[in-house]
Design a protein around this ligand. Structure first.
Ligand code: PXG
Length: 446
């Protein structure tokens, strides 16, 4: 086990806490009793009050190879000293070409062209735009409608919140994108509570796509976007046959299928990507987070050969896609991504030990029967534990659980009354034991 580092001293006054508007955070509550991390190593964070916290969330689903890997920090530092920045439009540098080539080796089918951005949200906006533009280039410009899913999370851009299925993320922000429909989500406690791995019930939910096609006609539909396993809304595992069914219906009607693998990518399910795990190849895939082990922001869209080819038409002097970011393929992000992919490959993190995954599954399911636990679900190295809400106080029970865990030295993530667990992939059995023991103590005392 790596030794956690001691913390650099830090003190922020109440006034100093005020200027920073924190994302997706109860700012006033947080600033009254802040929780700051000041260092991290391997499986642990160090807090501002010098405690060690076991990271059961890989940061925020991103630090898959563990914290502060020297190979990655050294690569970033060396890159910063050599080439800090290069313009990405009509100019280049070796980094993004190298990352793209290394990345596509791990992708199934002909997902072999990569467009870079800086986050999952940007990857999603990019993918939706490519899908619509692709149809237009092929003379099917009426295909503009987008289909997402209830309880889907696709970042916070206007496209992402429109295809996303989370009420609070949408309701404050006006009319959003027009022409969007949502498939039903696949979560069902009545049929599937306490399932290990993929549930048996629910493949038919994909057939709802037929209903949407019948309503709008396929000639108006550009793409369907889903997370293969929904992460943010509480680890919703797809029923057996569901993703296969969506793929078949998309094929039948010429609708592009987008997998948002921002969470499921880079080893989370025990394979490189969920597409490999489920044996379902989408037409476009969005990734971010684990791409750089969380060390430098980076996102990307992978597209199949035919999509790239559709854009590479007309005069060679013409710009094929009017889209991109100042920091697309940023040198520091590329350095981090290359070093990260090297670690994943060298440490076989895309092919996790089956025995470890089984240990994880057994450990999380051992919490069945504890107070308030109404469901436990898992796949690869991810798990969701659903708690019965306190009447009229949705989310309060799980938030309390989060706070108690933090006090006891364990970082979990909660969404509504669901606990999400998604540890770094180099987790060992003794970490799993500690994680589950702490959670059990907290649940028993809630
Ligand atoms: N797609 C998916 C599937 C995601 O999980 C994004 C897109 C957006 O990525 P960026 O890099 O723009 O944040 C995400 C992000 C949570 C949580 O509570 C999850 C995410 C972000 C913030 C919180 O589970 N995932």
């Amino acid at each position: 086990m790596q030794d956690p580092p001691s913390s650099p001293s830090v003190s922020l006054s109440r006034d100093e806490l005020d200027a920073y508007w924190m994302p997706f955070t109860a700012n006033r509550q947080f600033k009254a009793d802040p929780r700051l991390f000041v260092a991290a190593k391997g499986m642990y964070f160090t807090t501002h009050d010098d405690r060690q916290v076991l990271d059961a969330m890989a940061g925020l689903w991103c630090v898959n190879a563990g914290h502060c890997r020297p190979e990655i920090s050294r690569a970033i530092a060396a890159q910063a000293e050599t080439l800090d920045y290069a313009p990405p439009f009509q100019m280049g540098h070796p980094g993004p070409f190298q990352v793209a080539n290394r990345l596509i080796k791990h992708l199934p089918g002909d997902l072999n062209h990569v467009f870079f951005g800086n986050s999952g949200s940007e990857a999603v906006e990019t993918a939706l735009k490519i899908a619509i533009a692709y149809h237009r280039l092929r003379g099917e410009g009426t295909r503009q409608r987008l289909i997402g899913r209830e309880r889907g999370y696709h970042g916070v851009g206007f496209g992402g919140i429109s295809v996303g299925g989370i009420g609070p993320n949408r309701k404050f922000f006006g009319s959003l994108l027009t022409g969007v429909d949502h498939l039903p989500h696949t979560h069902n406690l009545e049929h599937n509570a306490f399932t290990r791995g993929q549930p048996e019930w629910g493949a038919h939910l994909g057939d709802d796509l037929e209903r949407i096609v019948a309503l709008h006609d396929a000639s108006n539909i550009a793409a369907v976007i889903v997370e293969p396993v929904a992460g943010s809304t509480g680890v919703l595992i797809p029923p057996k046959g569901y993703l296969e069914s969506l793929r078949a219906i998309c094929d039948k009607y010429g609708i592009l299928m987008i997998f948002d693998e921002v969470i499921t990518g880079f080893g989370r399910l025990g394979t490189s990507f969920a597409a490999n795990y489920f044996g379902v190849v989408p037409d476009l895939m969005t990734v971010a987070k684990g791409l750089t082990n969380g060390a430098v922001p980076m996102g990307a869209v992978l597209v199949r050969q035919g999509i790239y080819d559709a854009f590479m038409q007309g005069p060679e002097s013409s710009i094929e896609l009017f889209h991109g970011y100042t920091y697309s393929g940023h040198p520091l992000a590329c350095a981090a991504a290359l070093a990260t992919l090297e670690i994943y490959e060298n440490e076989n993190l895309f092919n996790l030990d089956r025995a470890l995954i089984q240990y994880w599954e057994d450990a999380v399911h051992s919490l069945k029967g504890l107070p308030h636990v109404i469901d436990i679900r898992n796949l690869g190295l991810v798990a969701g534990i659903e708690l019965a809400p306190i009447p009229n106080q949705p989310g309060a029970r799980a938030y309390d659980c989060f706070l108690q865990c933090y006090k006891k030295g364990l970082l979990i993530r909660t969404t509504g009354d669901i606990i999400a667990l998604s540890p770094p992939l180099m987790i060992e059995k003794h970490h799993i034991d500690r994680l589950v023991t702490t959670l059990a103590e907290v649940l028993n005392a809630l």
